[in-house]
Design a protein around this ligand. Structure first.
Ligand code: SAH
Length: 230
């Protein structure tokens, strides 16, 4: 899968994407992440990217005439390993649809995502809506996604959350031993929360592991786990 990220702060992604499982996924070419610094598409001598909102009010909005050329430039890259492709473009916003595991699974099947990270007060609504001009309908954003009912300073953390959740659904990314089935919110657990886990030692400060898990009785263990899904 290829993911293009449009952000004013590419350095924020250092760490979450350069360690552990996400690092390995990129090293093994299961995941390719490309950053685009929106500042490079800024206007004039100072590379302006934002402006004050019409109608007044606090804060700055990211301009449509900066974002759209960036989106179009990235989407121009239609060929990937000889195949023609269309990106699926996501804008992060508290007004978007809340991210759930079923959506994560759907996104993991896409070959190419573009993630647009807002900052400040957000972006000009015309980028999100698109519309008719030059005799055709233009749509730059396929979906608006929220990671929860709270407001962050930017779309960078939401982008990292989405990439992390999506990447672990890509076959092979978690490694052989781990499975994305039978875990919290998976279809096989009815989208419910997973049963609890225990490991050694058998007794810790007087706290014991449930007997059933030590019994070696697979049928009973299965039953106990099913009962402890919530
Ligand atoms: N004025 C906006 C908030 C802007 S926050 C409002 O009231 O809805 C600045 C940017 O952070 C947004 O453009 C968005 O990209 C990102 N963001 C903030 N909270 C988010 C959330 N819960 N989910 C996804 N993106 C979020």
């Amino acid at each position: 899968m290829r993911i293009d990220i449009i952000t004013l702060f590419p350095a924020m992604f250092q760490g979450p994407l350069t360690e552990s499982i996400l690092k390995r996924a990129q090293d093994e070419e299961k995941l390719e992440i490309v950053f685009h610094d929106l500042r490079q598409f800024g206007l004039g001598k100072y590379h302006q990217v934002d402006d004050s909102p019409y109608g007044g009010g606090a804060g700055m909005l990211m301009r449509a005439d900066v974002i759209v050329p960036a989106l179009e430039k990235i989407a121009e890259r239609k060929m990937h390993k000889g195949k023609s492709k269309k990106p699926y473009t996501i804008y992060f916003s508290p007004r978007g649809k809340k991210l759930k595991q079923a959506k994560v699974e759907k996104l993991a099947k896409k070959e190419w995502l573009i993630l647009l990270c807002g900052h400040y007060e957000g972006i000009d609504q015309r980028v999100i809506d698109g519309g008719w001009f030059d005799g055709a309908h233009h749509k730059w954003i396929d979906e608006e996604i929220s990671i929860g009912d709270y407001v962050l300073t930017g779309g960078e953390l939401p982008a990292m959350v989405l990439i992390d959740a999506v990447a672990r659904q890509i076959p092979g990314v978690l490694g052989k031993e781990a499975s994305v089935h039978e875990e919290s919110f998976s279809a096989s657990l009815g989208r419910k929360k997973e049963y609890p886990h225990f490991t050694r030692p058998e007794e810790f400060r007087g706290l014991k592991v449930p007997d059933i898990l030590l019994s070696g009785h697979h049928g009973e263990i299965e039953k106990w786990r099913k009962e402890n899904v919530k």
